[in-house]
Ligand binder design. Sequence first.
Ligand code: SF4
Ligand code: MG
Length: 297
Amino acid sequence: MTAAGGLPALESNPVEPFLRMDRMPHIWCPGCGIGTTVNCFIRALLDSGADRQNLTVVSGIGCTGRVAGYLRLDSFHTTHGRAIPFATGLKLANPKLNVVVYSGDGDLTAIGGNHLIHAARRNLDLKVICVNNLIYGMTGGQTAPTTPRDVITSTAPYGTFDANFNLPHLMDAAGAVYVARWTVYHVKQLARAMAEALSKKGFSFIEVISPCPTLYQRRNGQGDGLNALQHYKQVSVVRHGAPTQEVGIGRHGEIAVGKFVDRVRPDYQELRRAHLQESLGGRYADTLHLEECECPS
Ligand code: SF4
Ligand code: MG
């Protein structure tokens, strides 16, 4: 098939209807991995047949925080570290919503770290996608809670020396029902994990290891985005079901990827309803109108 002028017709990109094209070009640097994660997320929506009318994406602040603004979905770009409280309010007000929190390691695990662990503890029905580039990106390449030891950052010119978070272990210990990690090299596995999390009830956490060539790779002599992908390919080891205490990330050495946790336990709203039913008995029915949102689907 040819277009006018005899040139081959371009097939439409299936991802494009999910993007606010009027917001392009995006702000991300060449070689940044965040755009790849967005592509995977949209593929996951397409493959899983997720109901877009009842899906909401909430982001915090930072380079990954911009994702919400680029998606043609109901989406919210919220304040720094507060994506999870915002998402919690949405979910409690309208339990029918599938609420996705999409943010970076600095936003979710530093200023938002307290919210993260408590949402996992309560098993709120949220799907959290954490793009972990091991550093604060947008604010200038400072050391983050996820930065491994012996890394040069703008706040550690002689190298970092304190311990970094092992996010899968943190989430496992806090009570998340689904915990996985992939890198932006593993696009098919990442899209599959996102689709799986979208249909899983309870608190799901997917860590995506992603390069920040501008502020991490450059300062540490690790080349560009393509070098990062080659590195991920070389050092990643698939370890489904691995004990999460064994999957921490250092500057060197392997990156364990895979699905580490997949379990079932009652989510916050199930527990709450059961508790109120037990406590209030017949009177509970009188309160239902207060918690069942009448929002149009
Ligand atoms: Fe990506 Fe880093 Fe550039 Fe932010 S600063 S857009 S994380 S490469
Ligand atoms: Mg970051």
